[in-house]
Design a protein around this ligand. Structure first.
Ligand code: TYM
Length: 337
């Protein structure tokens, strides 16, 4: 795969290993990783260096990285077809990140909405890493000459910055980086919080706001029953005025393929209780097999270790080639292995 046929496009995406991966992560990103794996050369990274922009407990972070890898595998990603690895184990991410910092403006970074949100949330630790986080993300993507980046809507602004940096670098040094495109799900690019449906579902919010990929069926049912909706009690898609019910309909639509009209007809006159239970059922039907597979894989430490080592080696080969080129272009001494 590392010497992929020229016509196979390359995909890169990453997920932070912090907290519990959510249904938002699954519908917005992870599910697409699986769908795309047979058509593209894919690298899927557990972006542990991004995670340390917020203070982490070291032992918990190490565990969370392995758990995230096990979830990747349990959700159907084939480690032979895809390169699955930990970002920090390929040091070229940090190296390219530094170089790209020198091609990114303070003004651009100040406009990033995620930086504004996160610095409000972690007011006691607004570190430089939080500010330059999108540059590291650009390095992740550009390091592998990525064509396509499957992500949810909240990462769109970061992807646009990565494109701008690539174009800027190419304008100075010639055609070095592939300029990446985003790949967003048609429905479900922004799954909302179950308690505050005007905000995105986030793993850093309180438990009742999100469905975790590893939540037990009865927990999933309970969280959906308690999901905030309006008081009209008729199932209809109106995200502006009725964001709670629209969110539940989007989840059902994304997971079953049923159109909004079909869902509306099917639940006409049945009330919200029945509809919420039905949404819970279809989420459980999708997550249960992943959870069973997760239980099996997460107990097999030797297998996870093997995937980690092989992923790192394969990613490093591509990263090394890119950095030879980049170092040469910017005038740094060649670093031959
Ligand atoms: P992260 O870890 O916050 O989220 C991982 C992926 O899940 C998507 N996502 C959602 N999609 C729909 N609805 C939601 N409520 C929802 N919440 C999260 C995210 O859009 C993302 O695709 N900076 C990135 C990680 C990253 C990355 C990269 C991604 C680092 N380097 C390079 C792509 C390419 C992040 O924090 O995602």
């Amino acid at each position: 795969m590392e010497n992929a046929a020229e016509n196979r496009k390359r995909i890169f995406s990453g997920i932070q290993p912090t907290g519990n991966l959510t249904l938002g992560n699954y519908i917005g990103a992870l599910r697409n990783f699986g769908i795309l794996q047979s058509e593209y050369d894919c690298l899927y990274s557990i972006v542990d260096m991004h995670a340390i922009t917020v203070r982490q407990d070291p032992a918990a972070l190490r565990k969370a990285c392995l758990r995230t890898m096990a979830i990747f595998l349990a959700s159907g990603l084939d480690p032979e077809k895809n390169i699955i690895y930990f970002q920090s184990q390929v040091p070229q991410h940090a190296e390219l990140g530094w170089i790209l910092n020198c091609f990114t403006y303070m003004g651009e970074l100040s406009r990033m909405t995620q930086f504004k949100d996160k610095s409000a949330k972690h007011a006691d630790n607004i570190n430089a890493g939080l500010f330059t986080y999108p540059v590291l993300m650009a390095a992740d993507i550009l390091l592998y000459m990525t064509d396509l980046v499957p992500i949810g809507a909240d990462q769109k602004q970061h992807l646009e910055l990565a494109r701008d940096i690539a174009l800027r670098f190419n304008a100075i040094y010639g055609d070095v980086f592939t300029v990446p495109e985003g790949y967003f799900p048609k429905v479900g690019a922004r799954i909302m919080s179950l308690q505050e449906p005007t905000r995105k579902m986030s793993k850093s919010d309180p438990e009742e706001c999100y469905i975790a990929i590893l939540d037990e069926p009865d927990v999933i049912r309970r969280k959906f029953r308690r999901a905030v909706t309006d008081c009209e009690a008729c199932v209809a898609f109106d995200p502006e005025n009725r964001p709670g019910i629209a969110n539940l309909m989007s989840i059902m639509n994304a997971l079953t393929g049923k159109s909004m009209e079909t869902i509306t007809d099917e639940y006409a006159g049945k009330g919200y209780g029945a509809f919420k239970d039905a949404v819970a059922d279809c989420v459980i039907a999708v997550l249960e097999p992943i959870q069973q597979e997760y239980k099996r894989i997460s107990g097999d430490k030797a297998y996870l270790e093997q995937v980690m080592v092989s992923g790192r080696e394969r990613a490093a080969q591509i990263a090394y080639r890119t950095m030879l080129k980049v170092r040469k272009k910017v005038g740094l001494a060649a670093l031959k292995l």
